[in-house]
Ligand binder design. Structure first.
Ligand code: ADP
Length: 156
C-alpha cells in the first residue's frame, strides 16, 4: 500500500496528462492570405484561432477572432489586408510541445489570457530555430482532459 491519499493520487494522475493525448488537428493559413480568406477558413473549419505559416510552412504568427474583428472595424477592404499585418507575430506567440503537461498549458492560457496555443516541434533550419506546427491545444481540449479525469475508465 502506497500510503497516498485520494488528493495525492488525483494530483499524480493530473500531472500525467500530456498535450499529445488531448491535442487537436491544427488549422493553418498562409501569411499571404487575406483577412477575408481567414474569416472564411475560420467559419468553414469551425475554429477560433488560426495558425499563420510562412512559405516554408513554419509558424509565423497566430490569428484570433478578435484580430479579425479589429481589422473589420476599419474602412479597409478585407480582401486586400494580408493576415501578416493583423496577426500576433513570432516571437510573441505562446506555444507548447507534445510532451508538455495539460496543467502547464492551462497555466499559460490563464497567464496570457488566450484561448489556445499551437503545438510545435522545434527544428533547426539554415542555422535558425523554426517551428513546425503539429497540433492545436485549446480550452476545449483542457475541458476534455477534465472530463477524462472524472471518467470511470481512468479508475478501472
Ligand atoms: P479571441 O480573439 O477570440 O478573444 P484570444 O483571447 O485567444 O482570442 O486572443 C486574444 C489576442 O491574443 C489576439 O490578439 C491574438 O492574436 C492573441 N493570441 C491568441 N493566442 C495567442 C498565443 N498562443 N500566443 C500569443 N498571442 C496569442
Amino acid at each position: 500500500y502506497s500510503g497516498k491519499n485520494g488528493g495525492q493520487l488525483f494530483n499524480e494522475q493530473m500531472q500525467k496528462l500530456t498535450v499529445k493525448q488531448f491535442q487537436s488537428v491544427p488549422v493553418v493559413v498562409n501569411e499571404s492570405a487575406s483577412a477575408y480568406d481567414a474569416i472564411c477558413i475560420m467559419f468553414l473549419e469551425d475554429v477560433g484561432t488560426l495558425f499563420v505559416v510562412n512559405k516554408k510552412s513554419r509558424l509565423a504568427g497566430i490569428l484570433s477572432r478578435k484580430d479579425l474583428l479589429r481589422a473589420s472595424m476599419g474602412k479597409q477592404d478585407l480582401e486586400s489586408v494580408p493576415v501578416s499585418i493583423i496577426m500576433t507575430r513570432m516571437p510573441n506567440v505562446t506555444m507548447c510541445k507534445p510532451e508538455d503537461t495539460i496543467v502547464e498549458v492551462a497555466n499559460k492560457l490563464i497567464n496570457k489570457q488566450i484561448d489556445g496555443v499551437p503545438v510545435v516541434r522545434e527544428i533547426e533550419e539554415e542555422g535558425a530555430i523554426v517551428h513546425e506546427v503539429i497540433g492545436r491545444l485549446t480550452k476545449t481540449n483542457i475541458a476534455k482532459a477534465f472530463v477524462y479525469m472524472a471518467s470511470d475508465d481512468l479508475h478501472t
